[in-house]
Design a protein around this ligand. Structure first.
Ligand code: C2E
Ligand code: MG
Ligand code: MG
Ligand code: MG
Length: 286
């Protein structure tokens, strides 16, 4: 165009990587190299799994397991997120229906959705089609979006939110507290839950700022009658802090890492599922 940039070797590396990844995407989707892992979330009251978050992985034939941080932003930039995101929704619904058919206890599945997907005028229609095709119950599907998605104040977005509300899926705000958000959106858009970002949980309970922000988000959620879920809980100290502050749900390595579908199915099929640290600190629950 009319602008020019100064050449830097680091930029060349990034650009090569970008085109290399983009060129492989479609082939990889066709070859079924993508896979959903599921991270359990626990309910503090029962110590049981209450829902799972679907997390994408790329099983690359040469490079091995590739994590989403390495390719999601490239998928978004190149619009590959549209077919990939559709596959993710379909796969999550299909597998959830399979658990239901096997008689496992009801579990909601949360799917991360990018702003580009939500900006598609036919997103809600596609979602409806997927739910119909897979026989998925809308109450069992949760859509996770970031704060910046909420702030994309386009007409299309508002229409899509209305449609999602009609379909009856559960909506949550991911990484809450890390972006800019207008609090009025939370009420207006019929959001159900806030997820406290891992960066605030990480330094609990020592870091004062993290304590303040976490308490504030829990308070905000309670006042707006929203659910609150803590992300990235790794220690019993963090768990106890959250429990004492009235946070009722969490996910993190303390309870479980993201699992493959077969690992999760095994867990769901086992009755009396409990998460270790929760039983060990049983006295906290009285
Ligand atoms: P996110 O949605 O905030 O997901 C939580 C991330 O934190 C996951 O990383 C999860 O494995 C990780 N995590 C959970 N508990 C712990 C913990 O206790 N300690 C630590 N250190 N990490 C924990 P993952 O799977 O690498 O995903 C990273 C990000 O990639 C996600 O962040 C999400 O923004 C994006 N992503 C993942 N799957 C999808 C997808 O299917 N679609 C879209 N659009 N984005 C996705
Ligand atoms: Mg998420
Ligand atoms: Mg998150
Ligand atoms: Mg995060």
């Amino acid at each position: 165009g009319n602008s020019y940039q100064i050449y830097r070797p680091a930029m060349e590396k990034r650009v090569n990587n970008y085109f290399q990844i983009v060129s492989e995407f479609h082939k990889s989707l066709f070859r079924k190299e993508f896979e959903l892992y599921y991270q359990p979330r626990i309910d503090f009251k029962t110590g049981r799994l209450e829902s799972v978050e679907a997390l994408i992985r790329w099983n690359h034939p040469e490079r091995g397991l590739i994590m989403p941080m390495e390719f999601i932003s490239i998928a978004e930039e190149s619009n590959f997120i549209l077919p990939l995101g559709e596959w993710i929704l379909k796969e999550a619904c299909r597998q959830n229906k399979m658990w239901q058919d096997r008689g496992f206890p009801a579990v909601r599945v949360a799917v991360n959705v990018s702003v580009k997907q939500l900006q598609q005028p036919d997103f809600a229609r596609k979602l409806r089609d997927i739910m119909e095709e897979t026989g998925m119950d809308p109450e069992r599907l949760e859509i996770e979006m970031t704060e910046s998605t909420l702030m994309t104040d386009t007409n299309q977005m508002l229409i899509t939110f209305e449609e999602l509300k009609k379909i009856g899926v559960y909506l949550s705000i991911d990484d809450f507290g890390t972006g800019y958000s207008s609090l009025s959106y939370l009420k207006r858009l019929a959001v159900h839950a806030l997820k406290i970002d891992r960066s605030f949980i990480r330094d609990l309970p020592e870091d004062e700022d993290s304590v303040t922000i976490t308490e504030m988000i829990i308070g905000l959620a309670h006042n707006l009658r929203l659910e609150v879920i803590a992300e990235g809980v790794e220690t019993v100290q963090q768990h106890n802090f959250l429990l004492e502050r009235g946070c009722k749900k969490a996910q993190g390595y303390l309870y479980s890492k993201p699992l493959t579908e077969s690992q999760l199915a095994e867990m769901l099929g086992t009755s009396g599922l409990h998460f270790g640290p929760v039983i060990e600190t049983e006295d906290v629950y009285v």
